[in-house]
Design a protein around this ligand. Structure first.
Ligand SMILES: [Zn+2]
Length: 135
């Protein structure tokens, strides 16, 4: 083991340094707990869930569902837009990336637009023949 004072490498199992005479085991024991403490305090920070992230994913799914299944465009798009705005605020407060929430907002707005056009087209297609019959 290497001496922390003079840097000389001593034989394994030696308690005192051959050159300067300082205790070898004590210096090793003094450093190790600090390294363990550092790991224990910093590891849970990575595993903490980001608030609003799940909501941002739901918003994105809602937007995509609204775009793919145009019949659900309006209800899915409105739900996705609300969730997207709330999650963006939460992610901003947590200093987390807001890309997912922004994607959810954009796809939801697109779903509302397409869903809206689809709904109007459907209404026109249903109402127009009825009105033609009455005319
Ligand atoms: Zn030494």
């Amino acid at each position: 083991m290497t001496c922390s004072k003079c840097g000389i490498t001593n034989d394994p199992g030696t308690t005192y340094c051959i050159t300067c005479g300082c205790k070898l085991e004590e210096t090793v024991e003094a450093i190790q707990p600090e390294v363990l403490d550092y790991r224990q305090t910093y590891q849970p920070a990575y595993q903490q869930p980001v608030p609003g992230k799940g909501m941002a994913i739901t918003s994105l799914i809602m937007g995509i569902v609204g775009l793919v299944i145009i019949f659900f465009g309006l209800p899915a798009g409105i739900t996705g837009l609300i969730l997207g705005i709330i999650s963006k605020k939460k992610l901003n407060n947590a200093d987390a990336p807001t890309g997912l929430a922004l994607g959810g907002i954009i796809t939801s707005i697109a779903a509302i637009l397409f869903g809206g056009i689809f709904t109007i087209a459907m209404m026109v297609a249903i109402i127009l023949p009825i009105m033609m019959n009455y005319a």
